[in-house]
Design a protein around this ligand. Structure first.
Ligand code: EPU
Length: 344
């Protein structure tokens, strides 16, 4: 699927089909792509568009479209990378919001700026990465974020959010909570390492990396891409939005109860006597891995991924998601929370 990148105009009645990895067709009344803050501010201040409801759309890889949008979609296509500061240990990089995330990760490794290797292969844009604090294989993007630059949709001012003010958590941040739809993230500042320090705590990653002659960042990236290719469906072949649900966090007590019936229940310890358990495992245990219904399906290699098999609508995917959540609730007494954002 070719996602539209190079477009600066304001377009009326715009089809968002190529702006979401679920491959769902909806229309927005206005679509505006900006290459820098000056363009963005000019758009926000323009009398013609000032009154409109506004939403930001990055790579569209974590969104489920369910209806047309009667407002303006703002799409960052700014794509500069700038070195702001460096010392012997670290380097501070400013990366524009419109950069493709994985291209950015690749460039960092090529430039010997280290830390983001485990986040290789994640679809989406740099600007979206802090919103849900993307994470994979023992690394979260918050581990390397220094600050986030954004333009306030009401005041049109540029504000900076230092890491400690971003309220980062598991697949969440201030931008998904109280500041939801209030800012256009325009750039992210990353503090990266100048020396390799591979994060290979996951057994699966260690195993895959053994296949390479050297344990270095470039090979770690390859290993991660290989692991992802084994489990996760290609967007071009099976449109999807990665994990559809978050892994639920339950009480230690509830976990111990479940463990009596399910000795093989995998778990990851959390703070405050809580335990995180994989939603993919729960869905598989419910017998829904590989389940198909019309134009929708649960991926047969990773049950956390829902697929548009053809011309599914957002409502079709939501129906499948509801069915899954209901079954997990009935069988395990656990509520699943969506990871993807429903739009509008
Ligand atoms: N599992 C099953 N059946 C399944 C899927 C998973 O039993 O169908 C079990 C696995 O055997 C394993 C456990 O669940 O014991 C965890 O599976 P996996 O390593 O595939 O990771 P996950 O918890 O399902 C999370 C992230 C992914 C990230 C991987 C790797 C969430 C919601 N998802 O998935 O992120 O790539 O870990 O670190 O936290 C995303 O956010 O879109 C995403 C793909």
């Amino acid at each position: 699927m070719q996602l539209v990148k190079d477009m600066r105009r304001i377009i009326k009645n715009y089809n968002l089909l190529n702006h979401n990895t679920f491959g769902i067709e909806v229309f927005t009344d206005f679509f505006f792509a900006f290459t820098d803050i000056v363009e963005l501010k000019a758009f926000l201040k323009n009398d013609l568009y000032e009154h409109l409801e506004k939403r930001v759309l990055g790579g569209g890889s974590n969104v489920l479209f369910i209806d047309n949008f009667h407002g303006a979609v703002i799409h960052p296509i700014c794509n500069r990378i700038e070195v702001k500061k460096k010392d012997t240990e670290t380097i501070l990089i400013k990366a524009d919001a419109g950069l493709n995330w994985d291209t950015f990760v690749e460039q960092c490794i090529n430039n010997e700026w280290f830390g983001l290797e485990n986040l290789s292969g994640i679809p989406g844009s740099v600007g979206a990465s802090p919103i849900q604090n993307i994470g994979a294989y023992g690394v979260e993007v918050k581990d390397f974020i220094y600050k986030v630059e954004g333009v306030n949709l009401e005041t049109h001012e540029i504000d900076y959010f230092y890491k400690d003010n971003c309220k980062f958590g598991y697949r969440t941040s201030i931008f998904k909570q109280e500041l939801k739809d209030k800012y256009v993230i325009t750039a992210v500042f990353f503090k990266l390492k100048r020396k390799e320090n591979l994060q290979i705590s996951y057994a699966m990653v260690q195993e895959e990396l053994k296949k390479y002659p050297q344990q270095n960042a470039a090979n770690l990236r390859k290993a991660i891409l290989d692991i992802r290719a084994q489990k996760l469906p290609k967007i071009e072949e099976m449109p999807n939005a990665g994990s559809f649900f978050k892994n639920p966090v339950i009480s230690e007590e509830k976990f111990q109860q479940l463990k009596i019936s399910y000795q093989d229940l995998p778990s990851y310890p959390e703070l405050d006597h809580k335990v995180k358990i994989p939603a993919g495992w729960l869905i598989e245990k419910c017998g829904l891995k590989g389940y198909q219904n019309g134009n929708t399906a649960v991926h047969d290699k990773q049950a956390l991924v829902l697929i548009n098999k053809g011309s599914a609508t957002g409502a079709d995917i939501l129906r499948l998601a509801d069915k899954i959540a209901e079954k997990v609730k009935t069988d395990f007494g656990i509520e699943l929370e969506k990871e993807v954002n429903v739009f509008p």
